[in-house]
Design a protein around this ligand. Structure first.
Ligand code: SAM
Length: 282
């Protein structure tokens, strides 16, 4: 008998992956957690039935959420990751020797435990001495921070369930406050392709535009997310994502990446017209 994982992307669109076997199924206080194994995408993690990452395409998401701001900020020392319990963003951050401190605030301890066991390629750097993990609600965590971080990465689930608070005006305002005077925030910004997602994306974008003086959106191709076309938000107090890109410095690091490069960095901010229209309307 064939086994399939299916995610509903809209009321009339579904996306399915044939599954070899289910490796884990459990419930935390916050959500249902599943890990599957598949031929095409390798192992993959879902929360409440929604795709979080697959072994095959996670590099795209994690490289784009980390290296874009890291190639712009001139001296990032202290970084906060909110969400991101799979460890992929932390893995990319630990490649930078100039970073001194990485704080990860994940609401669900079980996600981290499950990822350490079943997705060791992403959850591989929690043991780095610069990394501290706080099992807390990111919304509450940033309320207490003041001018502490150079970079905040919001690697959250979608704007419902435990992740809902991470798309609010209050949250973005507190992220602004938690950043130093030249700090940058990036967030997973959903997709603009399907109508309901586009509305949620516009709502979040407006709140970021109202909270930060500089706010841009960039894109990547992520095959296992709804529509395959994904957006990221880049919000900043001082630096512009293209004008302040330190391409020579970043290339001199000699990192081997599979998706990100500094030419693509510039191109990623060139958005399709229908996305530009949606962003203009906020
Ligand atoms: N790349 C992923 C995506 O967009 O599908 C996000 C992956 S990561 C697993 C998202 C994490 O955010 C989850 O582990 C979830 O538990 C965490 N999360 C959700 N709401 C949160 C909150 N309020 N505070 C901190 N972490 C939260």
């Amino acid at each position: 008998m064939e086994l399939w994982f299916t995610e509903k992307h809209t009321p009339t669109v579904k996306f399915s992956i044939q599954v070899d076997r289910q490796l884990y199924c459990g419930h935390s206080e916050f959500q249902r957690i599943d890990v599957f194994d598949s031929k095409e995408f390798g192992r993959f993690l879902t929360l409440d039935g929604y795709m979080m990452l697959t072994e095959k395409d996670e590099f795209i998401y994690h490289e784009m959420i980390v290296h874009v701001p890291m190639a712009v900020h001139p001296a990032p020392k202290k970084v906060l990751v909110i969400g991101g319990g799979d460890g992929g963003a932390v893995r990319e951050l630990t490649r930078y020797q100039e970073i001194e401190q990485i704080d990860l605030v994940e609401i669900d301890e079980l996600v981290v435990e499950v990822c350490k066991k079943y997705l060791p390629h992403t959850a591989c750097c929690f043991g780095d001495e610069r990394v501290s993990v706080y099992y807390q609600d990111g919304l509450k965590f940033v309320r207490r921070c003041e001018q502490e971080y150079d970079l905040i990465i919001v690697d959250s689930t979608d704007p419902f369930g435990p992740g809902e608070g991470l798309f609010t005006k209050e949250f973005y305002g507190n992220c602004f406050k938690a950043l130093k005077e030249d700090g940058i925030m990036v967030n997973q910004h959903e997709s603009a392709f399907y109508q309901d997602d586009a509305v949620a994306m516009q709502r979040a974008h407006k709140r970021i535009v109202d909270s930060f003086p500089i706010s841009r959106v960039y894109q990547a191709h992520i095959p296992t997310y709804p529509s395959g076309h994904w957006l990221f938000g880049f919000a900043s107090k001082k630096y512009y994502p293209i004008e302040d890109l330190k391409a020579v410095k970043w290339n001199a690091l000699g990192f081997k990446t599979r998706y990100y490069n500094t030419k693509l960095h510039v191109g990623a901010f060139a958005l399709p017209n229908y996305v530009e229209e949606l962003l203009k309307d906020v």
